[in-house]
Ligand binder design. Structure first.
Ligand SMILES: [Zn+2]
Length: 312
């Protein structure tokens, strides 16, 4: 049985053996293991009556003219989702460290630190495969955005992996300097890249104490933990099992990572309810293994409701 373990919240998050300690400005969602995925996502979505779109219409009349045009059968469930978000997130419009905030602050780029919370050795080849797979997963979400639509300013979103954190330098079997390497900087009982370089710890964007400066700062961590099932996602990044990641490198869609990236960009879980008329989708864990049309529209809707803070 899947059930909701944690909601987006402010303050300290602790869930059994998976301790995630966050600063007061953070949020996280924890997804229990196993996150099971149906092998087929072909269930038909029931069209909703198109005349009942009051919520979405009220949301932003200006957008409706051209930019905000979800398919008729998604209008009602999208309105339900946004209403749910507005009534359950503790600081929806005040929170300033969603993935969106990070992306705009970094001019359309996301910088990552990989927290290798495992003793398994990493070759240069494996490192590069992880980078490639991470970029592909981020692009699954970002590819749903169109430059110029809903004020989205980017033709493409870049993903830069700038650092790796390990307990022991010898775990990393390369000698080139393509990424910064952080050894035995432990937080939450796991290696991390330096806090002076991390967006989570420096949300004013001041990376002057980071040895590599702003260019080597990281916005998010990809935290890969040995033996972990399920995952967690928040403004600090995503956490999944290291074996799961390595074993999924050949897959087009690494669905737990995709789901957790959704959380980083503010999307909610659906362990306790389902929007009207929608079949399986990625953010409803265990019901889809890729970004569906509904996920994509929820993603765009989150941006739509935040864009004004950027003057876009
Ligand atoms: Zn989740």
């Amino acid at each position: 049985m899947l059930h909701r373990r944690l909601r987006p919240l402010l303050g300290i998050v602790a869930a059994g053996a998976l301790i995630t300690t966050l600063s007061p400005a953070g949020y996280a969602e924890q997804d229990p293991s196993p996150v099971e995925v149906a092998t087929s996502t072909g269930s038909a979505e029931t069209p909703a009556p198109t005349g009942s779109a009051d919520g979405a219409v009220a949301a932003d009349r200006a957008d409706l003219a051209q930019d905000w045009n979800p398919p008729g059968h998604l209008v009602q469930p999208l309105a339900e989702v946004w209403n749910h978000v507005e009534t359950t997130y503790p600081d929806l419009y005040g929170f300033r460290n969603y993935g969106w905030d990070q992306l705009v602050a970094n001019n359309g780029q996301i910088n990552y630190c990989v927290r290798w919370d495992s003793a398994a050795p990493v070759s240069a080849q494996l490192r590069d495969q992880i980078h490639t797979a991470l970029r592909r997963q981020v692009s699954k979400w970002m590819g749903t955005m169109q430059q110029g639509v809903l004020g989205w300013p980017y033709a493409e979103v870049g993903v830069n992996i700038v650092g790796w954190a390990v307990r022991d330098r010898s775990t990393l079997q390369w000698n080139d300097d393509s990424v910064d390497i952080y050894v035995n900087d432990i937080r939450e009982n796991a290696p991390q890249c330096a806090e002076v370089c991390g967006r989570f710890f420096n949300q004013n964007g001041d990376y002057s104490r980071c040895p590599g400066g702003a260019a080597r700062h990281y916005d998010q961590s990809l935290w890969l933990t040995a033996g972990m099932g399920g995952g967690a996602g928040g403004d600090w990044g995503q956490r999944i099992g290291s074996e799961y990641m390595v074993n999924s490198l050949g897959q087009d869609n690494i669905h737990i990572l995709l789901h957790e990236i959704g959380h980083t960009f503010g999307l909610d879980d659906f362990y306790d309810w389902t929007p009207t008329g929608v079949g399986g989708f990625l953010m409803k864990a265990g019901t889809a293994s890729q970004v569906t049309e509904f996920d994509a529209w929820m993603f765009k809707d989150f941006w739509r409701h935040l864009r004004s803070r950027y003057g876009l």
